[in-house]
Design a protein. Structure first.
Length: 66
């Protein structure tokens, strides 16, 4: 019933806070979500690759080829 997080899979966002030791937080709309992924600094663009309950699993977006 609680599949709210699934709707974010495939979307891209900017990290509001860094991911440290694999865990962090990110604002999506007007809500804060727990995120997990590789350590990254704040302001990194990320893609939600999966969701488990209230946790969004993210990976950094690759820089476009030049």
């Amino acid at each position: 019933l609680n599949k709210r997080s699934q709707k974010f899979v495939g979307d891209t966002y900017t990290l509001d806070e860094p991911i440290v030791n694999g865990k962090g937080r990110m604002k999506v709309g007007d809500s804060w979500w727990r995120v997990e992924g590789p350590d990254m600094p704040a302001q990194t663009r990320v893609k939600v690759v999966s969701a488990e309950g209230v946790v969004l699993n993210v990976l950094p977006l690759e820089a476009p080829a030049t």
